[in-house]
Design a protein around this ligand. Structure first.
Ligand SMILES: Nc1ncnc2c1ncn2[C@@H]1O[C@H](COP(=O)(O)OP(=O)(O)OP(=O)(O)O)[C@@H](O)[C@H]1O
Length: 296
């Protein structure tokens, strides 16, 4: 990106993210940017939800770029403070999933992701919402939402804990009975999970909706019907090889509005964060969008 004026960059750092590696940003990102003539300020988050407040204030104060330094939780909080503004969000990924960062081609290497902040380009993304909860990447009900809830209550975090929970819980998981309207068409199924996707992946390059685009004005709906547990390893392989739509128990749709009329579950997730589901619910595009800085 050509620097036409001195860009003011505000870093929002979750120092607890990524096994407390968030603080590394101080040593690497800030000197790199200052050396290249950028004006940099930073703040550490003090509590959950703080990043949303900080991002909204930084946008009002006229920063040219607000950077989330952390995992998906931090990115999600910063995004909530920037939706509908003209301030782009940059990302220095520090978590275990890093869904949006991967979707935007941002490297997991801190030096390369720092370079992308200044060499990247701005892109306006769709924002989706489940009732009043906005999400950028994916939301859904079923197995993954139940795991998100269990993960939030687990004593330890990280990818290994996630894999352990998935294996353990898949043994006892009972399919959900769901009735919903996808752009007015009624679907009634017994499901393992349903994902409402703006982005193509959950994070970690797990592609639940390989055809999804964050700029097409549409929500990808991936319905994974109940399947015999023997298929579980194939499901996992398909997830990491962009083959989910090819599985015989998966249906994919592109839609503008989904009305969830019946679902016997108390959980949903939004970008991997757990939420309590109220039925009926609607899933649609938000009127507002968000600017992000992606890697070139
Ligand atoms: N100072 C703080 N004290 C406690 N929690 C915080 C603080 N700052 C942010 N948080 C919370 O930490 C949570 C986890 O952060 P984040 O998801 O960014 O990191 P992570 O868990 O390491 O990454 P991932 O979710 O990708 O594994 C967020 O939901 C955020 O609300």
């Amino acid at each position: 990106m050509t620097q036409t004026k001195t860009e003011r960059i505000f870093l929002i750092i979750n120092k607890y993210a990524g096994h407390k590696n968030g603080a590394k940003a101080i040593e690497i990102v800030i000197p790199y940017l200052i050396k290249r003539g950028y004006l940099v300020e930073h703040t550490f988050t003090n509590h959950p939800g703080h990043a949303t407040e900080l991002a909204a204030k930084a946008s009002v104060s006229g920063f040219d770029l607000v950077v989330a330094v952390g995992g998906d939780g931090t990115v999600n909080e910063v995004a909530q403070g920037l939706i509908g503004t003209s301030t782009p969000m940059g990302i220095i990924p520090m978590g275990s999933g890093n869904g949006l960062a991967r979707e935007l081609g941002i490297s997991m290497d801190i030096r390369k992701s720092t370079m992308a902040l200044i060499k990247g380009e701005n892109l306006q993304l769709d924002v989706c919402k489940l009732n009043d909860q906005r999400f950028l990447c994916t939301s859904g009900i079923g197995f993954d939402a139940m795991i998100a809830d269990k993960m939030s209550k687990a004593a330890s975090r990280g990818f290994l804990k996630y894999v352990q929970l998935v294996i353990q819980e898949s043994i006892f998981f009972k399919p959900l009975q769901v009735r919903m309207k996808i752009d007015g068409v009624v679907i009634e199924e017994s499901v393992f999970l349903i994902t409402f996707a703006n982005a193509s992946q959950f994070g970690n390059n797990a592609y639940i909706a390989p055809a999804a685009s964050m700029t097409d004005g549409l929500i990808d709906v991936v319905v994974v019907r109940k399947f015999v547990k023997l298929w579980m390893p194939f499901f996992a392989v398909a997830l990491f090889s962009k083959l989910i739509p090819k599985l015989p128990f998966v249906d994919c749709y592109k839609a503008r509005r989904i009305e969830l009329e019946l679902a016997n579950t108390p959980y949903y997730h939004f970008d991997g964060e757990p939420g309590r589901l109220k039925v009926p619910s609607k899933i649609e595009l938000d009127e507002e969008k968000i600017w992000v800085r992606r890697a070139r």
